[in-house]
Design a protein around this ligand. Structure first.
Ligand code: NAD
Length: 319
């Protein structure tokens, strides 16, 4: 049985990756310090003989007994609300954390895939973003801690690949959504759905003409799985190129949830990217991957998830 270590395994994406690797017949070790994660995301796996959970901070020395075939480094605060609250931990997990994972991979002769992000492109001057674009990032801006941690993480990963011959993969993830997102993570989708379910107005920051593209989590996991098993060591964008303005998106959520609340506008936060859209030519050509789940389908599943949460969580878990 192949053995895989998934850091950030109790988080939104990490928990879906645990599910996928269990389904594929792997022995899965999830490692997480629960700083933004939630054990409820993986509690259904605890009874399985091929699943283990390590409560551990990846930025500290990592010890995992036995062999490892793959390491997926997904530990990191991922939403602005989180990384602004814990900026130093964010920088540490993107630097010390990946250094520990790569060192472990070297010892175990394991292949590593790291979760990078579209944020490495910053507020892009090129649209859509190809992997060759170097980005437009403000290192001392509010998002700098996250963007630069992820850029450093990519550089460290390439260095281990080049100098130590560690097998590495880099996935640049664009906005992803689905069940197990947190209501209070500050991202637009759980924010809108949470507001609709609580009977509040939907808040748009800025004039609502800024665009985003949303990838459903199952599509992302498929792309990550294919990239891990591929022989391509350079960054690959995984995301859904279908773009939508925040005004249109709010209307879609109003229709989906049947809420009769209004849309209200608030000032745009500093350094908020105006446009984000992946160029997925590489993923198509190298991995034969493209998103399959339409926004209508994905939103319906995600809405059902939030609607079925215990009602008090809708109120307790708002920031
Ligand atoms: P998440 O916050 O739900 O999950 C991150 C997990 O990492 C949490 O369970 C958290 O407790 C854990 N963690 C953080 N620091 C840790 C540490 N030092 N040691 C051990 N565990 C630690 O976020 P997510 O959306 O699932 O994101 C997962 C990864 O994907 C992150 O690396 C993020 O940067 C990347 N990513 C996500 C998106 C997205 O749209 N969700 C987009 C781009 C990149």
């Amino acid at each position: 049985m192949k053995r895989v270590l998934i850091t950030g395994g109790a988080g939104f994406l990490g928990s879906h990756l645990c599910d996928r690797f269990i389904k594929e017949g792997y022995y899965v070790i999830a490692m997480d310090n629960l700083i933004t994660g939630d054990l409820r995301n993986i509690e259904h796996l605890f009874k399985l003989p091929n699943f283990e959970f390590y409560h551990h901070d990846v930025s500290k020395f990592i010890h995992v007994p036995g062999e490892l075939d793959y390491i997926l480094h997904f530990a990191s605060p991922a939403s602005p609300i989180d990384y602004l609250k814990i900026p130093i931990q964010t920088l540490k997990v993107g630097s010390l954390g990946i250094h520990n994972c790569l060192g472990l991979a070297r010892v175990k002769k394991a292949r590593v895939i790291i979760a990078s992000t579209s944020e490495v492109y910053g507020d892009p001057l090129v649209h859509p973003q190809t992997e060759e674009y170097w980005g437009h990032v403000n290192p001392v801006g509010p998002r700098g801690v996250y963007d630069e941690a992820k850029r450093f993480q990519e550089a460290m990963t390439m260095a281990y690949h080049t100098y130590h011959g560690v097998e590495t993969r880099i996935v640049r993830i664009f906005n992803t959504y689905g069940p197990r997102m947190r209501l209070n993570d500050g991202r637009v989708l759980p924010a809108f759905i949470g507001q609709a379910l609580r009977g509040e107005d939907l808040t748009i920051f800025g004039d609502g003409t800024q665009t985003r593209s949303f990838c459903y989590v199952d599509d992302l996991v498929e792309g990550i799985y294919r990239l891990l098993l591929s022989d391509y060591a350079y960054p690959v964008n995984i995301g859904n190129p279908s773009e939508i303005t925040m005004n249109e998106f709010a209307e879609e959520i109003i229709k989906l949830t049947g809420t009769d609340q209004k849309i209200v506008h608030k000032p745009l936060p500093k350094d908020d990217p105006k446009q984000r859209q992946p160029d997925i030519t590489k993923a198509r050509e190298i991995l034969g991957w493209e998103p399959k789940v339409s926004r209508a389908e994905g939103l319906k599943i995600t809405y059902e998830y939030f609607k079925n949460l215990p009602r008090e969580r809708l109120f307790d878990e708002v920031a």
